[in-house]
Design a protein around this ligand. Structure first.
Ligand code: CAA
Length: 382
């Protein structure tokens, strides 16, 4: 793995950093407090190419690689993890599978609007009664005359659902076949039978909204099926491999914010007549945070590099997400601890990072699921 960034990757990182510092960071605390979706910011991110980073230019995207995406994700999430997950879902979970599994007509129909940020997408896999056991989805799609499907069911905790113009979802087309009986579909907002419920009141990432989705006799043409009938579970899993690299990068951003806030506070806050940064108890926390941040970043960049090479990266993506998310939570705990009482109130960003970090251990596969994926790949080897 080459540890040097290309000039293009460095330029993308710097552009994302400048944008995040100027446009996202100043409003992050208010968006969090007011549970406010940053529509204008997302529109500008679309103009900058941040909403379809790995989509080829021919389909309206920025035509960049996964390493550039990871670098940009870290910068955006350092400023606001709520904004970061809106970006992550659109890039990894919506544009990604349409690009990989869509027909030429589907790519031309959906990618340009999504990649330019004119449309926002959501990815609906989880249901009220299944999250980790993704193959146990109960939403059904049954044939409804030639070339038509009728869909019934419900999805839960769907990031971007309230704002999404397009939803990529999974339904059972042959329940007897288990995971091989799942098929992927795409529905556009406004289609009768498709509706979005009340947004969730979340602990963190509050600039991003999630909500349940309902399918009530939703009728779709076969042109809205993504991939082959029965291929849906593999589409979901391959998509989540990429998504997990994005969430690892989100954790890097939160982690770095915690480290930077901690260093700044430790140098200015005095106790017992000296800055608290002069105490070893604080220095050790800072050293652990910095070391774990670098380790998490290397794991994440390795997974991104493998994805860019076109080789299987399931295990490396799971390792990156597992380690980066747990390290971000340790960093967030240290950050609050270093801030003492000020870490526990909203006047300082430490408590927001603490709340935001938690979700990285839950969505796109919990830490427990990442350990299962890693162990399964180890045990499969001779
Ligand atoms: N790539 C390609 N194929 C894969 C794959 C991958 N990464 N993972 C599994 N498969 C294939 C297997 O090879 C197998 O294929 P065959 O049928 O040909 O043998 C098939 O899929 C079934 O695999 P498993 O038997 O391993 O499936 P399982 O039912 O035991 O489940 C699991 C495995 C890893 C637990 C999976 O269910 C999982 O990842 N669960 C977590 C779900 C998740 O991450 N949800 C996130 C929701 S989206 C979200 O969170 C977004 C957001 O809010 C921001």
């Amino acid at each position: 793995m080459d540890l040097e960034l290309t000039p293009e990757q460095a330029m993308v990182r710097d552009m994302a950093r400048d944008f995040a510092v100027a446009e996202i960071e100043p409003r992050a605390a208010d968006d969090d407090r007011e549970h406010r979706f940053p529509a204008e910011t997302i529109r500008k991110m679309g103009e900058l190419g941040l909403m379809g980073m790995m989509v080829p230019e021919a389909y309206g995207g920025a035509g960049l690689d996964t390493v550039a995406y990871v670098l940009a994700m870290e910068e955006i999430n350092r400023a606001c993890a709520g904004t970061g997950v809106i970006m992550s879902v659109n890039n990894s979970l919506v544009c990604g599978p349409i690009l990989e599994f869509g027909t030429e007509a589907q790519k031309r129909r959906w990618l340009p609007k999504l990649a330019r940020g004119e449309w926002l997408g959501c990815f609906a896999l989880s249901e009220p009664n299944n999250g980790s056991d993704a193959a146990a989805a109960k939403t059904t799609a049954v044939p409804d005359g030639p070339g038509r499907w009728r869909i019934n069911g419900a999805k839960q905790f769907i990031t971007n659902a309230p704002q999404a113009d397009l939803c990529l979802f999974f339904a059972q087309t042959d329940p007897a076949k288990g995971s091989r009986g799942i098929t992927a579909f795409v529905v556009e907002k406004g289609t009768p039978g498709y509706s979005v419920g009340k947004p969730d009141d979340k602990l963190g990432i509050r600039a991003s909204h999630s909500a349940p989705i309902y399918f009530e006799d939703l009728r779709l043409d076969d042109e809205q099926r993504l991939g082959e009938v029965g291929q849906g579970f593999k589409i979901a899993m391959k998509t989540l491999d990429g998504g997990r690299v994005g969430i690892a990068a989100q954790a890097l951003g939160i982690h770095r914010a915690c480290l930077e806030e901690s260093v700044r506070y430790a140098k200015t806050r005095t106790a017992f007549g000296q800055p608290i940064a002069s105490f070893q108890a604080i220095q050790w926390m800072l050293a652990d945070m910095a070391t774990e941040l670098d380790a998490a970043r290397l794991l994440t960049l390795r997974a991104a590099t493998l994805k860019d090479r076109g080789v299987r990266f399931t295990r490396e993506a799971a390792m990156a997400k597992l380690y980066a998310s747990e390290a971000a939570n340790r960093a967030a705990t240290h950050c609050v601890q270093i801030h003492g009482g000020y870490g526990y109130i909203r006047d300082f960003p430490a408590e927001r990072h603490f709340r935001d970090a938690k979700i990285t251990e839950i969505y796109e596969g919990t830490s427990e699921i990442q350990r299962l994926v890693i162990a399964a790949s180890l045990l499969k080897q001779e």
